[in-house]
Design a binder for this molecule. Structure first.
Ligand code: BTN
Length: 264
């Protein structure tokens, strides 16, 4: 394994005019927990924290995020967006798009977004995003965490038929290890570029998300305001929310992925 090099990443970002201040730690409970703490105090916007391993990596809905040490990419970044709070969910759509584009830039793969936080390759999850709003004495902040399976080739039994990695999907036996340092830079470059679109008309960005959608057209089960609904994932609206067609012919718009499951 080649460890991530924070100094080289900072140099590359500075040369490319990117706004990130990068640190790499060997082991930490969770990069998102660390940046949440920072956000509550005097954390600098643009801070990015990578970890080679996490002992309490978190996913959504209290799930754990498991990744093998030094093989994948796990990082969080702290934003203090200067756009109105109702626009903050756009960062999740833009981050998902950025992850897809970084992968597409580097590898012959076609990532898909399982609305709104997961990145799939060939129907298996390769990455997950965790967006959390934090409020502290510096005001509100947004901590975005990303876990991307890069070089892991074997997964725990409970994930074996659900998870994948870039290295698995490249299917090139000559490629022993993908370059995490380069992927980290591409991710940070795409994230910065996509986030610049947050205050613009959002139709174009959502069009790009829609083109990469994994969920659209699928039958899903979801929880909406405490009640269970079944329907077909019909479209994304201009804010990136999921429009579901239900059996009585009406549509329901979901703002959160909590409880969304594909059934067919
Ligand atoms: C999900 O798929 O549910 C989201 C997973 C997010 C995992 C990343 S890894 C880096 C950051 N630190 C955490 O504890 N979680 C996020």
């Amino acid at each position: 394994m080649n460890p991530l090099d924070a100094a080289a990443l900072n140099d590359a970002c500075r040369s490319a005019g990117l706004p990130w201040l990068i640190a790499v730690v060997d082991e930490i409970p969770s990069t998102s927990d660390a940046l949440r703490d920072a956000a509550m105090h005097d954390g600098i916007p643009g801070s990015v924290l990578f970890a080679e391993s996490q002992t309490r990596g978190r996913g959504r809905r209290d799930n754990r995020w498991l990744a093998s040490k030094g093989r994948d990419l796990m990082f969080s970044l702290l934003l203090r967006p200067d756009v109105p709070l109702p626009l903050w969910p756009r960062f999740t759509s833009l981050a998902a798009l950025a992850v897809c584009r970084a992968i597409e830039d580097e590898l012959p793969l076609h990532p898909r977004i399982k609305w709104p936080n997961d990145i799939y390759l060939n129907d298996r999850k390769a990455a997950g995003l965790l967006a959390e709003i934090v409020s502290g004495k510096q005001g509100m902040g947004l901590v975005l965490g990303l876990g991307l399976n890069v070089n892991t080739r074997e997964f725990p039994a409970e994930l074996a038929d659900k998870a994948t990695s870039l290295a698995v999907e490249v299917r090139d036996t000559a490629v022993r290890e993908l370059d995490r340092q380069r992927l980290a830079f591409l991710l940070l470059r795409e994230l910065a570029g996509q986030f610049e679109r947050v205050a613009e008309g959002f139709n174009e960005a959502i069009g790009e998300v829609r083109d990469r959608s994994w969920l659209l057209g699928k039958q899903i089960r979801a929880t909406d305001q405490g009640r269970e609904i079944f329907g077909r994932a019909l479209d994304l609206n201009p804010e990136g929310q999921l429009v579901v067609a239900v059996a009585d012919g009406s549509t329901i718009t979901l703002t959160s992925a909590d409880g969304v499951r594909q059934v067919m």
